[in-house]
Design a protein around this ligand. Structure first.
Ligand code: DHE
Length: 515
């Protein structure tokens, strides 16, 4: 059901009250000063349908009525009637009469520089015995904070307020010093893990999917759904470099599904939500020599060549494919459509080389790779089926379907453990993790750390000895488990720790985690 109709149903359950005031006037009077003109956000988040679509209608009503704890959002129960609150919530779920616009000039004007990147100290400011490569960055969605955790002692180094609703994995500079976050409402943050301070922030759009950082550390690419753009930033300070309008060969705009760094190819790869195309943007300074004439800009006209450096090369696909997973050399991408059809695309040949017989809704983006008996495998959870599918990447065939208690979201492992951990968070068994032996492809153990609560998203320490598991509740916990004995060794209180990211595993592109 659409958000607007869900809200209407929620409003119908409110007690009857006096006739409501005009919601547009209510917005002007009570909301505009924080949430901005045209509901585009200011010191508080944007209130567009795209920004609210992941918040339950009853929660929207409750936040307007009671406020949001630990923020400046006050409750309006004393000022507005239930009918006013209902009207306002329903109005926020409908698109504004004038479509909101976000131009390059808005992006440039939004940039905030907190620190001069040229004046940052060369070494970490924290104790010398803290390993900067075994830090964890934990995103706490419950109250929009981030904790930086010492991965040897499991003690927080700092906890700071993030932008509203970070989504996707934060991405690291190749040396592991900087981490880059993207919020759903368009903010990109560069944060210095050596001084534990933000360096710069910029708003690249009204609705953003994620960011990728180039393997040479020079560029950050952000992918947006509103407006339909890619925004290229200088990774050292987030100065905007260029905005690319995403349009297919017929000139139709497409939302970006996600952007990825294909470091061995020195390029970004872009998955699109509305166009049967795959885009690749080379950041190899020699790209103009390597790809002469191969870059076609459909916006400028069929066959017109653009320089190869920092411009999109378009690979036409037979259907829209928007969930990607790459082999370790980034020669192939496994790509799935929303209805579960999956193909393998060779990025050099720029064509399909295999069809993958998957069903349900594989969540390729959350997959892992591993080697066994000389074969290369990829494994993926499934958002619509209680199984993990293992694909033989040498033959592009399904090697096994491993049954789990219910559909899961995240699968994780590490080079130093024979086990892969998967959740069942999309099912009533959301409190149960299944541990799969990568050698036998059997579930060898089920783990319920906190009965009745969502146990999901695992990340290992850099040596693979401990698994950190999220109890995704508000309040929730981060539970540290010995990866060999499966015994709990520590637990830290956290506010819905949605994901955690180990610096070493990310910068070394561990086969057991996302990149
Ligand atoms: Fe995510 C990563 C897409 C809903 C938590 N999610 C990603 C990525 C994509 C994606 C493409 C990889 C990009 C990256 O890491 O840079 N997610 C989608 C969706 O299309 C979907 C299903 C619907 C949507 O509206 O976006 C979706 N995702 C969710 C959630 O509901 C989750 C559980 C809570 C939330 O924050 O919204 C969620 N997604 C995550 C997390 C990652 C992620 C924690 C990073 C995982 C990692 O370990 O790298």
């Amino acid at each position: 059901m659409k958000l607007a109709s869900l809200l209407l149903a929620a409003i119908a359950s409110l007690p009857l009250a006096a006739t409501a005031a005009n919601p547009a006037d209510l917005y002007q009077q009570h909301c505009l000063s924080c949430h901005g003109a045209q509901r585009m956000g200011a010191m508080a988040p944007a209130l567009l349908p795209q920004s609210l679509e992941r918040i339950k209608p009853a929660e929207v009503l409750a936040v307007i009525r009671d406020g949001r704890a630990a923020t400046q959002m006050a409750g309006f129960a004393g000022k507005l009637s239930d009918a006013d609150i209902g009207e306002l919530a329903a109005w926020l779920a409908t698109p504004p009469a004038t479509p909101p616009r976000w131009r390059e000039a808005d992006t440039a004007a939004s940039r905030i520089q907190y620190l001069d990147p040229a004046k940052l100290p060369p070494r970490p400011g924290f104790a010398a015995n803290v390993d900067p490569h075994n830090l964890f960055v934990v995103v706490e969605a419950g109250d929009h904070h981030v904790t930086v955790l010492d991965g040897d002692r499991f003690t927080p180094l700092t906890r700071f307020k993030s932008r509203f609703a970070l989504h996707g994995g934060p991405k690291f500079s190749p040396d592991g010093r900087f981490v880059y976050f993207a919020s759903r409402d368009g903010w990109v943050t560069q944060y210095d893990l050596y001084t534990l301070q933000p360096v710069a922030e910029i708003r690249v759009g009204l609705n953003t999917r994620n960011v990728a950082v180039s393997g040479d550390g020079r560029w950050v690419l952000a992918g947006n759904t509103l407006p339909e753009t890619l925004v290229l930033l200088d990774a050292n300070g987030l100065k905007p470099v260029k905005t690319i309008a995403v349009k297919d060969r017929a000139g139709r705009a497409s939302r970006v599904s996600a952007v990825y760094d294909a470091a061995p190819r020195q390029s970004f790869v872009v998955a699109l939500k509305d166009a049967a195309e795959l885009w690749e943007i080379s950041y190899n300074p020699q790209a103009d020599k390597i790809y002469p004439g191969l870059v076609h800009d459909y916006q400028m006209g069929e066959g017109l060549a653009l320089p190869g450096f920092l411009n999109p090369r378009v690979t036409p696909l037979s259907m829209v494919l928007d969930d990607f997973f790459f082999d370790s050399g980034y020669r192939h991408v496994m790509a799935a459509s929303r209805d579960g059809q999956a193909q393998v695309i060779n990025l050099d040949a720029r064509s399909k080389v295999a069809t993958l017989p998957l069903d349900g809704m594989p969540h390729l983006g959350s997959g892992i790779t591993f080697e066994q008996d000389g074969h290369h495998y990829m494994a993926t959870p499934n958002l619509k089926g209680g199984r993990v599918t293992v694909i033989d990447m040498d033959r592009w065939q399904v090697a096994a379907n491993i049954a789990t208690p219910g559909p899961g979201f995240f699968l994780r492992s590490h080079e130093n453990t024979p086990y892969a951990w998967v959740d069942a968070m999309m099912s009533p068994r959301r409190d149960t993790l299944s541990i799969i032996d990568k050698r036998t492809l059997q579930v060898v153990r089920q783990l319920t750390l906190r009965p009745g609560k969502t146990n999901a998203h695992v990340e290992f320490t850099r040596d693979g000895r401990y698994a950190l598991v999220s109890i995704m509740e508000t309040p929730g916990e981060l539970v540290v488990v010995d990866a060999a004995t499966f015994r709990e060794v520590a637990a830290l209180p956290m506010m819905k720790p949605i994901g955690k990211y180990n610096v070493y595993n990310k910068v070394t592109r561990s086969e057991g985690t996302s990149h």
